[in-house]
Design a binder for this molecule. Structure first.
Ligand code: F0G
Length: 456
């Protein structure tokens, strides 16, 4: 079944020989082509991008650091992107006009003094990926993958999503004059994210299934229609997402933190960060590896169970349920890559409850920073890792805040109104963090009364 009305990719512009290759993460087979579904032609497992030329003479670490620094003064489009500024560690472009960029990356590294105090650490940092152009970390990967989709001549790009990928893909497709198809689980993504995809012009399908069902269908679709897949199975996405870690290390003046803590859903982001850390170590950009730990919601804990019940050998998939809808994923595609980076960096994998997520989110919000629920699993997980003494009280920790507070306003409003857990016992301990709006008569005395009560 081939939809005849969709134009086949225009491959008339033959790309020059690439500086990278695709390597299968399971059988190690290397190739110059990725196939339609970004799976190994031999064994069907996922692919990663490798740079064979680094083997003999990798780029010089000191030179890279000074090049990247000097590009911060440049006005060029590529240099102003916090992803393409690090292009020496990405698949190469022939010229800068090829890049589809929204000046992604360049995200702040904030100190979180109140959260540090709550957790019992002297210092704590949040790398806020929610400050990207469409409000999530997805933009860093999307700029690279959308660029290569257009270079490959595709008219249509597509993704399955819990919301953020679709918002990001739709924006980059629009900027790159491509059309986009979004598959999202009906009723299980936030309206903010959906509204972004609609406004950026995506053809949006709310499917009566969960994220895992959407992704399964997409994988079939790309084999039947000339549509380019932009999920994190696409290894170009993960190359772009490496920039988060490179920029972080630059912000820390190349002094690696002891721990980086990241939420885990489909497990692309943790895999990308881990790949970047290992490459930076191998190229001599950093002298030791931070431990990379992945935190999941208890109701979407496939990786936790895979490690605990199957020793990381085979995926234990789950029926996912969590109000942190961004990570409501039961069958994570990149689980093998994630197991590898946890093992290679000596990290941990933990799960946190819905109440712990809500509390951590409010605590990050109270710093004037804010994030969406999925990002808050990092602080909740850090508290657990401190209790277990996996993180020591004198260590430096960076939380990766993956999405902006405004991504899921319903969650935040329900939290502050005390409606998130339908008034259940479990929510009682959260009361001191709640700031419900107050409806008053429009009088001076009423407002002064509120001020006085707030000060008590
Ligand atoms: N945090 C946020 C805000 C996310 O949107 C996602 C994933 C994750 C964390 C987990 O990252 O999947 O790389 O492990 N969102 C995807 C989406 C699945 O479709 O937007 P991951």
């Amino acid at each position: 079944m081939h939809p005849s009305s969709i134009p086949a990719p225009d491959v008339s512009r033959k790309p020059r020989p690439a500086d990278f290759r695709f390597r299968c993460i399971a059988c190690g087979d290397q190739s110059d082509a990725s196939g339609k579904n970004f799976r190994c032609g031999r064994c069907g497992d996922l692919l990663e991008i490798v740079y064979p030329q680094w083997k003999d003479a990798g780029p010089d670490a000191a030179k890279l650091k000074s090049t990247w620094r000097s590009r911060r003064l440049s006005d060029s489009t590529l240099d102003q992107s916090g992803v393409w500024r690090f292009r020496d560690l990405l698949p190469a472009l022939d010229d800068e006009q090829q890049a589809i960029t929204l000046r992604e990356g360049n995200t702040p590294l904030y100190e979180l003094p109140q959260c540090a105090r709550i957790a019992g650490l002297p210092r704590l940092f949040g790398k806020h990926q929610g400050m990207n152009p469409t409000g999530s970390f997805k933009d860093a990967g999307m700029t690279v993958a959308a660029t290569f989709a257009r270079l490959a001549g595709f008219r249509w790009v597509a993704c399955a999503s819990t919301g953020n990928t679709s918002a990001s893909m739709a924006a980059y497709a629009a900027r790159g004059d491509m059309r986009s198809l979004v598959l999202v689980p009906d009723g299980k993504i936030s309206w903010s994210k959906l509204s972004q995809a609609l406004d950026y012009g995506a053809v949006t399908c709310q499917l009566r299934t969960d994220f895992d069902g959407c992704l399964r269908l997409l994988q079939e679709l790309v084999c039947h229609a000339p549509v380019y897949q932009l999920n994190s199975i696409n290894p170009f996405r993960l190359e772009g997402q490496k920039a988060l870690a490179i920029e972080l290390l630059e912000q820390l003046d190349w002094q690696p933190p002891d721990h980086i803590i990241v939420p885990g859903g489909n497990l692309g982001n943790s895999s990308a960060i881990g790949k970047a850390l290992l490459e930076m170590r191998d190229l001599g950009l950093i002298s030791r590896l931070p431990k990379l730990s992945i935190i999941q919601a208890e109701g979407a804990n496939a990786l936790v169970r895979t490690l605990r019940e199957a020793g990381g050998e085979k995926l234990v998939n789950v029926q996912a349920e969590t109000r942190a809808t961004a990570i409501r994923i039961g069958n994570p595609a990149s689980w093998k890559k994630a197991v590898h980076v946890i093992e290679a960096t000596g990290g941990a994998c933990e799960q946190v409850s819905e109440v712990e997520i809500a509390q951590a989110k409010a605590e990050i919000g109270a710093e004037g920073i804010g994030c969406e629920p999925a990002s808050a699993v990092t602080l909740a997980g850090l508290k657990k890792l401190l209790e277990q003494r996996f993180v020591k009280p004198d260590e430096t920790v960076v939380l990766v805040l993956t999405g902006n507070l405004l991504k899921d306003p319903d969650y935040t409003i329900e939290f502050h109104r005390g409606e998130l857990f339908q008034g259940k016992e479990s929510e009682r301990g959260l009361a001191p963090l709640r700031r419900a709006p107050q409806v008053l008569d429009a009088t001076l005395s009423a407002v002064i009364g509120v001020l006085e009560r707030a000060e008590k």
